[in-house]
Design a protein around this ligand. Structure first.
Ligand SMILES: *[C@@H]1O[C@H](CO)[C@@H](O)[C@H](O)[C@H]1NC(C)=O
Ligand SMILES: *[C@@H]1O[C@H](CO)[C@@H](O)[C@H](O)[C@H]1NC(C)=O
Ligand SMILES: *[C@@H]1O[C@H](CO)[C@@H](O)[C@H](O)[C@H]1NC(C)=O
Ligand SMILES: *[C@@H]1O[C@H](CO)[C@@H](O)[C@H](O)[C@H]1NC(C)=O
Ligand SMILES: *[C@@H]1O[C@H](CO)[C@@H](O)[C@H](O)[C@H]1NC(C)=O
Ligand SMILES: *[C@@H]1O[C@H](CO)[C@@H](O)[C@H](O)[C@H]1NC(C)=O
Ligand SMILES: *[C@@H]1O[C@H](CO)[C@@H](O)[C@H](O)[C@H]1NC(C)=O
Ligand SMILES: *[C@@H]1O[C@H](CO)[C@@H](O)[C@H](O)[C@H]1NC(C)=O
Ligand SMILES: *[C@@H]1O[C@H](CO)[C@@H](O)[C@H](O)[C@H]1NC(C)=O
Ligand SMILES: *[C@@H]1O[C@H](CO)[C@@H](O)[C@H](O)[C@H]1NC(C)=O
Length: 492
């Protein structure tokens, strides 16, 4: 066997392993509010929500203490108002590392330092100290022997990209070329990531109707409504991927490659002022739910299908003291008193909640007497915020019926119900759904909970039923096959 082929197989195996670890979703915790819960309460919330990655906007010592021995990975921040001091003095930078990082690792798993926030666009006067700050902090990490455990970077605003669409021709604002080039060289030298605050909300609102809301919210567009990049013919089903590809291409235009993009903030406000119509609970829930699902699916972007950006949701708490319009104070999924604004699952709903065996032979279907408008509304909810697996009702799939809203809504309602019933989901859909024991499955369109009483094995082998064990089984199966293939080749 040729070394090239062996290399190929080894790479494939490595990819599988990388894919198993995969991209993660974390959350940002700000501090611009009148009533911050105690550090121990915050950590209890993170644990209850099974959140494993958190980005602190600063390096609050109570938080760093409370996060010790929790297994949660932590990104700390050098706030903009400390940047000047850190960037002007090597010893201040060393002091910063000692007090805020070295004093807490390894008990607190600090893995990243975000230096400043949107420095070039927010505080351009401090632009010249950004690179020195990165370098001084890196030297201090090296001196403390922490440079392999902790990476350093600096989050940028999307506004750094002059013309983000089409993604293939995007470039960074040339005003900052020299600093950007040094920044990229720093990332390349230290194996760090480009940090990006990717906020489709702002692009959607700024676009004033150019982009459909569905595109911003990851809701699948009809095939001819997809947005394509005329230079690459790549299709974009969502704005988030387009923003990330614009960033990759801007990096490439500076002649750098192989630098991953890490999304340090992405979210959607749930409340806005009178002229902020897109800031609603429904949209915030849909955006964040779909974003989590998208990232955990690990399918990358159209131009970088192998590289999924890990992402920190913006943000855990509403920051009531932030300046700006109502929406600026309303990005949180919780109030500071720990009341939830809306409930968000940080696991991939579609792959982690197995169906309840108690629901075998029970189905949640659309009430055919309900008004079709209401059914359509409920269907959109089930496939969007409700996170039902609606693949089977897409064109070309077994449960697709172009002019039968009752049939497709039934599939979606039932999938939602079977996934969520054990955690409180109901078969209601605003009165448009009802429970039945009549199995609506037909042909190769198998509903969740089907017992396959007709003799087909519909109940166990189909996608929607128990996707959890199905997915992991098929994955380990792949791995076994690959190992077997590799062994066979090596023996030859
Ligand atoms: C910290 O996180 C890294 C990255 O996930 C992991 O490899 C390491 O084992 C963690 N360290 C501790 C002490 O938990
Ligand atoms: C580039 O940045 C400069 C300085 O902040 C700004 O004045 C200019 O408008 C930006 N150009 C574009 C195309 O965004
Ligand atoms: C990138 O490389 C090309 C080809 O070598 C060169 O023409 C171009 O000026 C370089 N761009 C930058 C930003 O350095
Ligand atoms: C994307 O993934 C490919 C294959 O794993 C790798 O060669 C490449 O360097 C990655 N690109 C970035 C930007 O990380
Ligand atoms: C998940 O990834 C697969 C391919 O890896 C893709 O076909 C599918 O559309 C993705 N689903 C979502 C919700 O992005
Ligand atoms: C928490 O704060 C929100 C917003 O201020 C308020 O509506 C809610 O009633 C509070 N909940 C509790 C339990 O105090
Ligand atoms: C179905 O909808 C009709 C009209 O809205 C309503 O009268 C009827 O009670 C519903 N049936 C069930 C079983 O919910
Ligand atoms: C969604 O359903 C399809 C079959 O309809 C299945 O192939 C796919 O694996 C399911 N996806 C998830 C995430 O369960
Ligand atoms: C429920 O029905 C009411 C009245 O028809 C409607 O105003 C409301 O938007 C519906 N809510 C949902 C979540 O479908
Ligand atoms: C069960 O049998 C009935 C009648 O033969 C048929 O209409 C239906 O599609 C079958 N269901 C399944 C799940 O095969």
């Amino acid at each position: 066997m040729s070394p090239k082929r062996l290399q190929g197989v080894v790479m494939l195996l490595m990819l599988m392993v990388l894919n198993v670890s995969g991209a993660f979703v974390g959350i940002t915790i700000g501090n611009d509010m009148s009533n911050l819960p105690s550090a121990t309460d915050i950590v209890a919330i993170l644990k209850a929500k099974k959140i494993q990655h958190v980005r602190l906007i600063d390096s609050d010592h109570q938080m760093l203490t409370a996060l010790a021995n929790t297994g949660i990975e932590v990104m700390v921040g050098v706030p903009n108002d400390q940047l000047l001091r850190v960037g002007q003095s090597r010893s201040t930078a060393a002091d910063w590392i000692n007090k805020n990082v070295a004093a807490y690792v390894p008990a607190t798993n600090i893995t990243y330092i975000a230096v400043g926030d949107e420095v070039l666009t927010n505080i351009p006067n401090a632009a010249l100290v950004l690179i020195p700050a990165l370098q001084f902090l890196q030297s201090a990490l090296l001196a403390a022997n922490l440079n392999t455990q902790v990476k350093i970077s600096s989050p940028h605003s999307m506004d750094m990209i002059s013309k983000a669409f089409p993604p293939s021709t995007a470039t960074f604002n040339s005003t900052w070329s020299s600093i950007m080039s040094q920044y990229l060289q720093f990332l390349k030298n230290t194996g760090s990531s480009f940090m990006l605050n990717a906020q489709p909300y702002y692009s959607y609102v700024g676009g004033q109707g150019v982009f459909p809301l569905e595109y911003a919210l990851f809701r699948s567009l009809s095939p001819n409504g997809q947005i394509s990049d005329p230079n690459t013919n790549l299709f974009y089903t969502n704005m988030f991927d387009a923003i990330i590809d614009a960033t990759y291409n801007s990096i490439q235009a500076m002649n750098f490659t192989g630098i991953p993009v890490l999304v340090t903030a992405s979210g959607w406000p749930w409340r806005g002022g009178q002229n902020e119509k897109a800031a609603t609970v429904d949209n915030a829930l849909a955006y964040n739910t779909n974003l989590i699902r998208h990232v955990l699916n690990n399918s990358g972007t159209p131009s970088q299908p192998m590289n999924q950006s890990s992402t920190y949701i913006f943000e855990l708490f509403n920051e009531d003291l932030r300046s700006g319009p109502v929406s600026e104070k309303s990005w949180g999924i919780m109030f500071p008193n720990a009341t939830t604004v809306y409930s968000l699952s940080f696991e991939d709903v579609a792959t982690t909640i197995p169906e309840s065996p108690a629901l075998r032979g029970m189905f949640c279907v659309a009430n055919s007497s309900a008004p079709h408008g209401a059914l359509k509304h409920s269907l959109d909810w089930a496939c969007g915020p409700g996170s039902a697996n609606c693949s089977a009702i897409q064109p070309g799939q077994p449960c697709y019926e172009s002019d039968n809203i009752v049939a497709v809504a039934s599939y979606a309602f039932n999938d939602y119900y079977h996934r969520t019933q054990s955690s409180g989901g109901t078969c209601s859909f605003n009165g448009t759904a009802m429970i039945t024991s009549t199995d609506p499955s037909h042909g190769s369109c198998i509903f969740a909970g089907s017992t396959g009483a007709n003799g087909s094995d519909g109940g166990t082998a189909s996608g929607p039923v128990s996707p959890d064990s199905f997915a992991s089984k098929s994955q380990s199966c792949w791995l076994t096959h690959l190992v077997a293939a590799l062994l066979a080749i090596l023996v030859m």
